[in-house]
Design a protein around this ligand. Structure first.
Ligand SMILES: NC(=O)C1=CN([C@@H]2O[C@H](COP(=O)(O)OP(=O)(O)OC[C@H]3O[C@@H](n4cnc5c(N)ncnc54)[C@H](O)[C@@H]3O)[C@@H](O)[C@H]2O)C=CC1
Ligand SMILES: O=C(O)[C@H]1O[C@H](OP(=O)(O)OP(=O)(O)OC[C@H]2O[C@@H](n3ccc(=O)[nH]c3=O)[C@H](O)[C@@H]2O)[C@H](O)[C@@H](O)[C@@H]1O
Length: 469
């Protein structure tokens, strides 16, 4: 019987290994982290992350074959398979700052494994890493291995999306397992494949070489983000011509070569990975002396910045070119619906512009706390503590957030925003009352009937009489 340890109890390590524990009740799974508060939360009734279905999975397995702990060394020693699922943020300083992935956490975890292991291990790269990171991990492990201990490194990137993590893990499109083309590497691949085969059909468990597996993860995220930037670029053309971006996306998505997914125009993509992973790909391309390739992928991120800026500027220009001292109700702070995660959320850049124009920003998000909002906004390049204290307010109730406001600005596609009583919201707002829909989720014609001035990304400003707009 294999035993599993996962280093890193975050958005990936927690849900991924909880589902392994659920699907493989005979395998003991211990998830460890340096962060005591995070581990305490995993052991409590209030999990550290909000993810539909996660609580049920954890409750079913915790204490049976799923354990959360800070006893990292004990868990490493006991395990046969060790997932490294630590954060790999964009480097802030030094060589490659602003582009390259910071591998300090991966290296620290790898060194810890080398230092404390007393038997052979399969070390699984679960974090998203630059192509050939496994090579550095292998060298660290081999340089520090003693006696007859052997380490096999596998790349097993994770493709879950937040908000649908449990469904994605239960029914993944594919599982990738990369290894070195050695008999030992292949054997390790089989051991990990057997774990997934407990619930994933064998044809969906794909084995390949290590470097292809590492690069496939960066490539998948780059391709997904590229689709969003493409449709967002088209949204600007739609606004300028009277075309409707939803109709264009629908028409293009019906082409089976294109497909309908990831063509929803928006205020811009957010989340901890798309931008980080594309910048990582840009850095990799530059390091490989491929400047044209680097420039190509960089444009996906640049377009995303442009989209956020364009949306914020349209709010200012429609509100008579000034929002100073005006109240703006921002609905949604998370980077997408069904998560409380705010990393790189488009709302942050949009709100930063509003604060810079000295507006008062009233924020409502069903899953994001005031403390989290403050953490994200009181940052260099966003706002100071004094500006935050004077201009930002968080409301649990959307109706309170919109009271006396000049505009409602939709930044996250929470479904409940479409169900609100817009007549009630309208009645409590300054007139003319505006709605800026950065997620294309509201019924614009209905809002216009109520009296709202409505602006929707990628849509004609208002229906034109005589045209079927
Ligand atoms: N968030 C997501 O939806 C996805 C993330 N990924 C990738 O998975 C990796 C992890 O991402 P998240 O789970 O979002 O990060 P996270 O920041 O939520 O979790 C990482 C955890 O690792 C812990 N940690 C760091 N160094 C450690 C060490 N040496 N020993 C023990 N614990 C340590 C941190 O305390 C933290 O709790 C990243 O490489 C990310 O790119 C991949 C797919 C999806
Ligand atoms: O590596 C990762 O971290 C993960 O990144 C994304 O998952 P995630 O960022 O959680 O969420 P997505 O559903 O991809 O959404 C990302 C952003 O794009 C936006 N989006 C998405 C789809 C779309 O059509 N339009 C659009 O603007 C979302 O609102 C969100 O801000 C990928 O979808 C996952 O496969 C991957 O594992």
């Amino acid at each position: 019987m294999v035993k599993i340890c996962c280093i890193g109890a975050g958005y990936v390590g927690g849900p991924t290994c909880a589902v392994i524990a659920l699907k493989c009740p005979h395998i003991p799974v211990t998830i460890v982290d340096l962060n005591q508060d995070r581990i305490d939360a995993w052991n409590s009734d209030t999990l550290p992350i909000f993810e539909p279905g996660l609580q049920e999975v954890v409750t079913q397995c915790r204490g049976r074959n799923l354990f959360f702990s800070t006893a990292i060394d004990d868990a490493i020693r006991a395990a046969d398979i060790i997932f490294v699922s630590v954060n790999t943020p964009t480097k802030k300083n030094g060589l490659g700052a602003g582009f390259a992935a910071d591998l300090a956490y991966v290296e620290a975890a790898t060194r810890r494994i080398a230092a404390v292991a007393q038997s052979s291990k399969i070390v699984v790269e679960k974090s998203t890493v630059p192509c050939r990171t496994a090579e550095s991990m292998r060298r660290i492990l081999e340089a520090n291995s003693r006696d007859a201990i052997r380490f096999e490194i596998l790349s097993n990137p994770e493709f879950l999306a937040e908000g649908t993590a449990i469904a994605d893990l239960m029914q993944p499109d594919r599982i990738l397992i990369g290894s070195l083309p050695t008999p030992e590497g292949r054997k390790a691949q089989h051991v990990l494949a057997d774990v997934y085969a407990e619930w994933v059909p064998r044809p969906q468990i794909i084995t390949m070489n290590l470097w292809s597996s590492e690069l496939s993860k960066l490539a998948a995220n780059a391709l997904l983000a590229q689709r969003i930037s493409s449709i967002n670029a088209l949204s600007a053309i739609c606004e300028a011509t009277g075309a409707d971006v939803d109709e264009v996306a629908y028409a293009c998505g019906l082409d089976s070569r294109i497909g309908p997914k990831f063509l929803k125009a928006s205020v811009g993509f957010g989340g901890s990975c798309f931008q980080k992973d594309i910048l990582n790909l840009v850095y990799l391309s530059e390091s490989l002396h491929l400047p044209e390739v680097a420039q190509y992928w960089k444009q996906v991120v640049d377009l995303n910045e442009y989209q956020k800026r364009r949306f914020a500027q349209s709010v200012v220009s429609r509100l008579f070119n000034t929002i100073t001292n005006k109240r703006l109700a921002v609905f949604g702070f998370a980077f997408k619906k069904n998560t409380g995660d705010t990393r790189e959320s488009a709302a942050i850049a949009v709100i930063a512009s509003f604060l810079n124009e000295r507006a008062h920003v009233h924020i409502h998000d069903p899953e994001v706390s005031a403390a989290q909002i403050e953490l994200e906004l009181v940052q260099p390049g966003v706002c100071t503590q004094a500006v935050y204290d004077a201009q930002v307010h968080r409301f649990a109730d959307p109706y309170e957030a919109a009271k006396d406001a000049d505009a409602i600005v939709i930044c996250t596609e929470w479904e409940q925003f479409a169900q609100l009583d817009y007549q009630r919201l309208y009645d409590s707002m300054h007139k003319p009352a505006f709605v800026f829909d950065g997620r294309l989720i509201l019924d614009a014609p209905k809002l216009r009937q109520i009296g709202f001035q409505v602006e929707v990304i990628g849509k004609p400003a208002a229906p034109k009489p005589g045209f079927n707009a």
